[in-house]
Design a protein around this ligand. Sequence first.
Ligand SMILES: [Zn+2]
Length: 251
Amino acid sequence: MAEFLTGQPLVYKLRDIIENARDLLVIVSPYIKLDGEIRHWFEKHINNRHLHILLIFGKENPISDWDLGFFKRFPNIKIIYAENLHAKYYANEDEGLMTSLNLHEYSIGNNIEFGYCAENSYNANYDESDCTTDAFNYTLKIAAYPYNELVYKSRHCKEWLYNNHHNTSYHYKSHKGYCIHCGCKIEFNIERPMCYDCYQGWGRRRGNAENFCHYSGEESYRQTSMQKPILTKNWHKAKEYEEECLDELPY
Ligand SMILES: [Zn+2]
């Protein structure tokens, strides 16, 4: 259910979205100014390659070199400048917050702000009127507009998120597989059942048995491999799921 928030609960929700992000963190805020507390919300992710952060800011002098330097320390981040940005939106893979609040120490401490938070629609049992998935997809479009400036992209940035951005809901919904080596969440694709990082080291491990089922994410105790990424007991369900994903494609 969508939740109306203001005052301290609104700030706590923003903190929770940042701190609880596992795969994805979207920050859309025209003005950005971090104090120690806001930095602290991000700091647990500083060595996390599996968390992709998309940061979009705008306006004149919207971010200091100091704060930009802070964000550049994250290993899987894309930072975009959109000159006429006025929207504010924050999301992780579970929920999205549409609000008046900038990611700015002054706004957080002094202004009257409010917003709505809702679960993202690919979670089970969602109510369509509550979901913020449209805002998420629109954010990906902003990120892909050619006239917005790519300020910084880290080495491990997950480009799959931005490919075919006309069709992002499909890509995002299909984000339901697991890397057979490390178990992190990746796009479901039986042909490519490893995350980018693990695939880099795969040459040396070629032929080895792996640790996780690409479909369920459960431990496979060496019963999976690149050739056989799905546990036998999950194979039928995985094939059905693959069909469903293909049905969602608009072409
Ligand atoms: Zn992996």
